[in-house]
Design a protein around this ligand. Structure first.
Ligand SMILES: [Fe+2]
Ligand SMILES: [Fe+2]
Length: 298
């Protein structure tokens, strides 16, 4: 089974400032790659219309399994509803997926051949802040989502869950555990145990980063401040408890630094963002997305 993944597509921004036909070009490339599964780990567009247009373009590649997990930008809302992001996460985006034949992974784990798939957007809980600045920033400083130079982390404005970040993070972590159990995994003393002997691999998808190794610190307190909003180490600890007799793969994005690393637990971790046009440097777009799509054969 051939699996491809690409996160942080930011369809609206890339279409406007990068390449107007980039989703069509991507679909064409996917058609050549012929994956069995294409996974998008979040940050596709801030508007539902953007997500719809991107899905429609990719559908032309005729990939059998198209899997989606939203990111923080996908759940951004402009309206007044205090829990608008939950509504997008639980209702509006799943409805779009259903309509366009994409598999909405949160709450709907699935098995394809001998591989189990599950996932969640995940949410940050400030556990990936640079410990070097622990004396400089308090929990309340992170809660403000504004660094000492008054640069804001825009989730403060547009991500509306009507609860604090740690509560969102905890709720989504519980849902990951529930989904894993739906796949036939049981909690053991040190690791989960898979009761389905046919399962050989497990693929986890989140938007948020599960491991601190993927956070790009610069040892500059003003830049590093934003590390608090990139990941959640509880997700990594959870993944490290997946059964070691299985091949374990995690796809995610959110930070726009492409990186792959095998963790000490054996989890293959792949951060696979496309990112924004201004982050490409001199690389032509066409070459860039070809480099950034991660292909895994199972
Ligand atoms: Fe992003
Ligand atoms: Fe993101």
């Amino acid at each position: 089974m051939k699996i491809c993944a690409l996160a942080d597509i930011h369809y609206d921004v890339n279409r406007k400032n990068g390449n107007r036909y980039f989703a069509e070009d991507l679909a064409q490339y996917l058609k050549e790659l012929k994956p069995d599964v294409f996974i998008v780990p979040g940050d596709t567009a801030e508007s539902l219309e953007g997500i719809i247009r991107f899905f429609q373009a990719v559908n032309r590649a005729q990939i059998e399994h198209r899997i989606f997990v939203p990111g923080n930008h996908d759940v951004w809302v402009n309206g007044k509803a205090e829990d608008g992001s939950w509504i997008k996460y639980r209702n509006a985006i799943p409805a779009v997926c259903n309509e366009l034949d994409w598999h909405y992974l949160p709450g709907n784990p699935l098995k394809i051949e001998n591989t189990a798939f599950f996932g969640s957007m995940g949410w940050y809980d400030y556990s990936t802040a640079n410990p070097k600045w622990d004396n400089l920033y308090s929990y309340d400083d992170y809660k403000k989502k504004e660094n000492p130079e008054d640069v804001r982390w825009m989730d403060i404005e547009y991500a509306r869950f009507n609860m604090d970040d740690r509560s969102v993070a905890g709720q989504l972590l519980n849902e990951m555990e529930t989904d894993l159990k739906l796949l036939g995994f049981k909690n053991g003393s040190e690791q989960y145990i898979c009761s389905d002997s046919a399962v050989e691999s497990v693929v986890f998808v989140s938007h948020i980063v599960p491991y601190t190794d993927f956070i790009n610190f610069r040892n500059d307190p003003v830049w590093d401040y934003f590390g608090a909003f990139i990941g959640n180490t509880n997700i990594g600890n959870f993944l490290d408890r997946l059964p070691r007799n299985l091949r374990r793969i995690a796809f995610f994005g959110h930070t726009h630094f492409w990186k792959s690393q095998k963790m000490p637990s054996g989890v293959e971790a792949y951060c696979v963002p496309l990112g924004y046009p201004y982050e490409y440097g001199d690389t032509p777009f066409a070459d860039l997305f070809k480099d950034r799509i991660k292909v895994v054969e199972l």
